[in-house]
Design a protein around this ligand. Sequence first.
Ligand SMILES: Nc1ncnc2c1ncn2[C@@H]1O[C@H](COP(=O)(O)OP(=O)(O)O)[C@@H](O)[C@H]1O
Ligand SMILES: [Mg+2]
Length: 294
Amino acid sequence: MKHLTEKTRTFVETASIEERIEATRKFKWIGYTNAAQILKKMEDCLNYPKSIRMPNLLIVGDSNNGKTALLTKFDQSHLAYIDEKTDKLINPVLMIQAPPEPDEKRFYNAILEKLFAPTRTSEKIDSRQSRVKNLLKHLEVKAIVIDEIHHVLAGSPSKQRLFLNVLKHLSNELQIPLICAGTKLAFNAIQSDSQLANRFEPRILPRWTNNTEYKRLLLSFSMVLPLKKESSLVEGSIANKILTYSDGLIGEISKILELSTILAIESGAEHITNSIIENIDYIPPTQRKKAFYN
Ligand SMILES: Nc1ncnc2c1ncn2[C@@H]1O[C@H](COP(=O)(O)OP(=O)(O)O)[C@@H](O)[C@H]1O
Ligand SMILES: [Mg+2]
């Protein structure tokens, strides 16, 4: 089983079929060049000295193409800890999900809830805002990560402006970089404000295309899929099939591989072939809408 990483090989050698299926369903982070570069950028933001012009980051990509996975990876490598000297709780990275609509109160609530601070519906915006600021200072938060930022940048131009100001205010006042992720909608909204456009560096997670990076991604996946035989995923026809079905989205690529691996385990084939992929119970995203409207 030379095709597997050492860890996966050891696991496959001893695990039962059920255990292997369970492991296949579990999320495993797969690194790729663009992700590594964006993670490095995030680290740079985190370590940037406080200044009146903090660099912010906007990760842009279609839904299901790895934004949340990337933010979570970063968040998890900067978990909260207790400073032994002072016994104080330090939380270097604060990750939240933007509320589903541009509502400033709910935005502050998302932060307060994440920090287990009490929230009261009657509390005025200003008071929430100042509590947020105090807490962030107290916990020595060095970067705020906001997922689904397009939610709060949607809506009428005046609502958009309001939220752009909320973001500007937070980043200016606290001198903490904002690391955001969202769809193209967020990118367009931020571009509409020249001050923010200058301070938000966009990083794109493009859809996957048939190139060396894609082949590398497949290879990395194949090394951790718990199969006894080698699957030649990078072989032209299989790579193409996965790409066409997935519509270039990493979420779909990983779903196809998950279902194929399980079928390969259950059928005893023990490796992924064209015929395995053709037999999984999977509807490609491009066909989902059609299936619904027919
Ligand atoms: N680096 C990665 N390694 C492995 N799987 C990934 C990776 N990035 C994304 N995925 C898969 O794609 C799915 C969708 O990713 P997600 O980050 O939720 O997309 P988005 O936030 O852009 O909608 C994840 O649930 C996971 O299965
Ligand atoms: Mg997401």
